[in-house]
Design a protein around this ligand. Sequence first.
Ligand SMILES: [Zn+2]
Ligand SMILES: [Zn+2]
Length: 382
Amino acid sequence: MQSAEEVTRCPDCGHQIRVDRRYVTWCEKCDWNVDPTPLLDLTPAWRLRVEQRLVDSLYRELERGAIHRPSWDAARITANLLSVLILLLPLIAFLTGIGLLIFYRPLWFSIILALLALTIAFVFRPRAGHIDEANIWYSQVGWRFRPVIGIGLPLWIGLRPQERVAILAHEFGHGRHGDLRSGWLIGNAHSVLEGLSATFSESPLDAARREWGAEELSGGTLFSRMVNATVGTVVRGLSAVLNRLELRSGQRNEYLADRRAGEVAGSEAAAHALERTLLADTSYDAMVRALRFPSELAPLDAVRRAVTEVPAREIERRLRVSRVHGTRTDATHPPTYLRTKLIRTRPATSARVVMGIDQARNIDRELASAAEQVLKEVKAEL
Ligand SMILES: [Zn+2]
Ligand SMILES: [Zn+2]
């Protein structure tokens, strides 16, 4: 269902570019309009440069074959220790508060100190973990830390058999490397810091008010501004340090899990699977459209068709967007274009697990009733 081919000239470099009305028009020569909705990013330029250097040097080491397994380097150990401290802080503060009330006299003074300690405990309390809207996730649930892999239905449906093997192998690869235990720790520390940073930062409304000069300096606003400036700065600093420590080990783990996926499913399938994850929103939109405007095509078949119809040029554009964004969208994952490049630069010889079309169909049949239920729920929500 290819639309009539149109061409136009790039306004930046004059290169002739193809136009497909269903997708973004961009220039492959100079990257004009490669990302029509750029991220609003306030990260200082020096930090972006530091991160970029880190990302590049890690990539080069992996490309040379200098890294084979995750190691407990200084950065990883420090990140874990820092996370333990952040998570232990509320407990220590809570116990200190209670201890002060029981043992410390005079009582009026111990009440003041205890209030302070209990406030710290409350402010730093661990937040309940939530499942983010990512399309693929792996975590351990419950007190027995049972591993659970979550893959969005439309994304899964759009994967070819061998790509499914690759995605599963990647996620199980994390489990083998023990990434999850430290992931759980650091992830929780992050969510505590995020909650704090949201509490102790100037809201856009405050900034706007100051801009318009409409704010008079009452004692209350002065106090809250002081707290934001001190606690907020400490929290943001901690968060930046943790990010920086985690960047390298987090990204290295992703590359190693990718390598594992290549060994199990074959390198080409592993690289394709990553490219498919760039189409997650396409498959989701196709599912929603099919539910809203039912046709003779079953919703999941519509998803499958929408994903296979995406031209290679659009996939290439999305890969380039991942290069432009660098670590901005997600610091723990290397940009997808580097991941697929590494997989293809150091390919595994052959696949250890080969899934045939029949097996893939059997899986679809097995999932059919659950999928039906999901579609019903999504439809009810629309
Ligand atoms: Zn151009
Ligand atoms: Zn991963």
